[in-house]
Each structure stands twice: as C-alpha cells, then as structure tokens.
Design a protein around this ligand. Structure first.
Ligand SMILES: C[S@@+](CC[C@H](N)C(=O)[O-])C[C@H]1O[C@@H](n2cnc3c(N)ncnc32)[C@H](O)[C@@H]1O
Length: 261
C-alpha cells in the first residue's frame, strides 16, 4: 500500500524527502458531470487525455467515451463487486510517472466517499488528486431554483446504516428547510430500499403533512431521457422512479436584498 510521507512544519505541509518514497503513480479522481459530456470541465478532459489508465463504472465511462483514444488508453470497466481487484491490479501495474483517472458521475465529493476513501488507502493520500465536477444535486437545485445554502443536501445512496440520516431529514423538513437528496435503490432487499415512495410514506408516518409540501423528482438529468415530476409529496406514494433520480422537497421562501436594507 502506498503512502508518501509529508513533513508538517508550522502548519505547512511540505513534500517529503525520505528514503522510502513510493515512486509517483498519480491517480486523478474526477467528477465528470451527471451524464451529458457538455457538463465535463476542460480540466477533467485534460487529465483524462493524459491518463494511460481509465477505470470506471459503465455509465460513467460512457460520459467520457468520446475522449478515449484506442491505442493509448487502457480502459477497465468495473462493477461494485469486482472494483477492488481492478484498483489493486492497476496500482501494481502502473509505473513511475504514469497517470490513472477514475471518473465519477457528477461531483467526486458528493456521495462517492465509500469508494474514494478506499482509493486513498490503496494509492496513498499524497498520490491522489480530486477534481470537482458538476453534481446531479447542483443541476436539480438549478432546475428547481433552490439555493443550496438554504438546503439540506443528503445522500441515502450509501451502504452504511441510514437511520441518522433519516432523523436529519425529518429535522430539516420540520425546520422548514428545503431538501435535495439522492434516494437509495436496493435491488434485492426491499427493506433497505429508500426510494421516493418510501420517503413520502416515512415522512407521513412521522407526522409530516405531506399533502402540503411541494416535491420534485428529476430522472436522468442532462441526458436525452431526462424527466421531471412536480407535485405534492404525498403523490409520490406508490410511484416508481428510476434509481437515476434526484428528489427535492421545496420549502423555499424567497428573500431579496431589498428586505435587508
Ligand atoms: C453514488 S451517487 C453519486 C452522485 C454523484 N457523485 C453526483 O454528484 O451526482 C449516485 C446517484 O446520484 C444520482 N444521479 C447521478 N446522476 C444522475 C442523473 N443524471 N440524473 C439523476 N440522478 C442522478 C442518482 O440518484 C444516482 O443513483
């Protein structure tokens, strides 16, 4: 496992000069936007072009497909099940001064930490650079015209326990905050599923008047299949939406600078 030591002098981190430095194998973890290649930043394109190794899930690789150069890039398509093996295999295979990019849907710093944290372990914190992308959450916020700074942004798309997150959700709704969330699809275990219908029923059960709240669901954002639902929260009960969706509970009260003069 790689780790390049860094010296911390008076709060400033300097590059290590030690005998046991692992040779540079640079890994870029790059947010590539929610689907359309038009949401790819120029910086993301640059690192993808210079990386010999590209590792990603099928959907994410499809976002960058036009950047793949057949006789240069070595592309590894992974699934949740086999990713661990591939990450280790590529790490072993990489030589000094070679680059690898792992594209992440949307922004790499939103709802990706279970994988990112593992990659930091395998490649070593100092060999990894994270590059932001435009999140599905940001696109949903823009479409619903919801300011992110007045919103609880929350991901249920995690394998860990979500009971604390559910409590956060209730509190935000009671505090009259808007909520933007990614739901939790769980194919083979209905109990772990926390999709739009379950979320609406859950909130009703804890006493929220779901018939008075505005909800949005955005499916397949920025792609040709993009779909938007807008209605009351209770209308989500019993409705199926794609796992590729973002849900918004809209409690925005608009306040302009004129009110604060
Ligand atoms: C593991 S999370 C990753 C989120 C991603 N890092 C981001 O910033 O958008 C995956 C979930 O994000 C949401 N998502 C990602 N892309 C989407 C899109 N194009 N349209 C709607 N939802 C999307 C879906 O809920 C999907 O199941």
């Amino acid at each position: 496992m790689a780790s390049k030591k860094a010296n911390k002098i008076h709060g400033i981190i300097t590059k290590a000069v030690t005998e046991d430095i692992i040779k540079d194998k640079k890994l870029f973890l790059v947010g590539v936007g929610p689907g359309s290649s038009r949401y790819l930043t120029d910086l993301a394109k640059d690192v993808i072009r210079k990386s010999k190794y590209l590792i990603g899930y099928k959907y994410t690789l499809s976002i960058i497909r036009d950047l793949i150069i057949p006789h240069f890039h070595q592309v590894y398509e992974v699934t949740m099940k086999d990713q661990e093996e591939t990450y280790n295999q590529v790490f072993e295979k990489m030589e000094e001064n070679e680059f690898c990019t792992i594209p992440f849907t949307g922004d790499v710093n939103f709802s990706e930490s279970e994988v990112v944290d593992r990659l930091l372990e395998i490649f070593g914190n100092d060999n990894v650079e994270l590059m932001p992308g435009i999140s599905s959450i940001q696109v949903a916020a823009a479409k619903a015209k919801i300011p992110l700074d007045k919103t609880l942004v929350i991901s249920f798309h995690v394998t860990e326990d979500i009971e604390d997150k559910k409590r956060e959700l209730i509190k935000a709704i009671q505090d009259k905050k808007s909520v933007i969330l990614v739901p939790r699809p769980w194919n083979n275990n209905a109990e772990k599923n926390f999709m739009q219908s379950e979320i609406a029923l859950f909130l009703k059960k804890v006493g929220v008047d779901t018939s008075s709240l505005t909800a949005w669901v955005f499916e397949f954002l920025t792609t040709a299949e993009e779909k938007v639902f807008k209605g009351r929260l209770n209308e989500l009960e019993g409705r199926d939406f794609s796992p590729m969706s973002v849900m918004v509970v809209d409690q925005v009260t608009r306040k302009t600078y004129l009110e604060f003069e």
